[in-house]
Design a protein. Structure first.
Length: 270
């Protein structure tokens, strides 16, 4: 016979009745003569299920979740900025520094617009659309975006951005990137009116945007927001241009107003 000990239960035989739901679990314990018995496990407060606070509902609302998401995005943004600053690129440093400086006040875009204006009727229309898009993007970025967000500029010295990359640090807010917004707006508007120019101008706008991160004056998130703003500004400028009658249409309307009017039976017929 099996040695029965006080406080222990024998292991149920295989093929026996299944344990009823809610029955206590057992732990195997080896006794004398190599025979295994079962003992009740120790139950602690940590093992017991605990009710959720606030009546079973998760804590924190949409505002708290949004704040956590924005915090994570800022962490990623800062990590990308630090990675660019820590990557040695001596061949690109001076080139991107000169490009970033040349893009001040959209000098590159205005120079391209002047060249397009001399190249024919359609390029001239593209240049006008591009300049209009720059005006919308610049106003939106500097008068609206920067004043609403007021994000501080990156700490270029703490990130150890090499001096060969340095351009003057602007005193305005960092978000969004005005250089990127204007460059993307010009490239988008001109590319819509003059499709062959879309790819080269898009590449140039991308290089301008990256140069602002490379020189340490913007976070990558500032550049991404500037690109989105630039596309929206180009769309607004193109829509306004489409809604405005052309010079030829305006001349025809003015001529129609000057046509002689004939009075017939008290009615004026023009």
């Amino acid at each position: 016979m099996a040695d029965r000990r006080l406080g222990t239960r024998e292991v149920p035989a295989r093929g026996g009745a299944e344990r009823a739901p809610g029955a206590s679990r057992y732990l195997a314990e080896e006794g004398h003569c190599g025979e295994k018995h079962m003992t009740d496990p120790t139950t602690t407060d940590a093992d017991a299920p605990r009710p959720l606070p606030s009546g079973g509902k998760p804590t924190g609302g949409p505002g708290r979740l949004l704040g956590a998401v924005l915090g994570d995005l800022r962490a990623v943004d800062g990590a990308l900025y630090a990675a660019v600053a820590a990557t040695p690129t001596p061949t690109l440093d001076r080139t991107l520094r000169h490009l970033s400086h040349a893009a001040d006040h959209s000098k590159i875009s205005f120079g391209i617009a002047a060249a397009l204006a001399l190249a024919g009727k359609r390029p001239r229309r593209a240049a006008i659309a591009g300049v209009g898009a720059i005006a919308v993007a610049s106003a939106s970025a500097n008068l609206l975006g920067k004043r609403l967000v007021r994000r501080a500029r990156p700490d270029r010295e703490a990130a150890r951005v090499t001096v060969d990359r340095h351009v003057p640090m602007p005193t305005s807010a960092s978000f969004p990137s005005g250089h990127t917004a204007s460059a993307v707006a010009f490239a988008t508007a001109v590319g819509v009116v003059l499709p062959p120019a879309a790819v080269p101008l898009g590449a140039l706008a991308s290089a301008v945007g990256y140069s602002r991160v490379h020189t340490g004056v913007h976070y990558p998130g500032d550049v991404a927001a500037g690109a989105v703003l630039g596309i929206a500004s180009a769309a607004a400028a193109l829509a306004a241009a489409a809604a405005t009658p052309s010079a030829r249409t305006q001349a025809l309307l003015a001529a129609a107003r000057s046509w002689p009017r004939i009075r017939i039976g008290g009615l004026v017929r023009g």
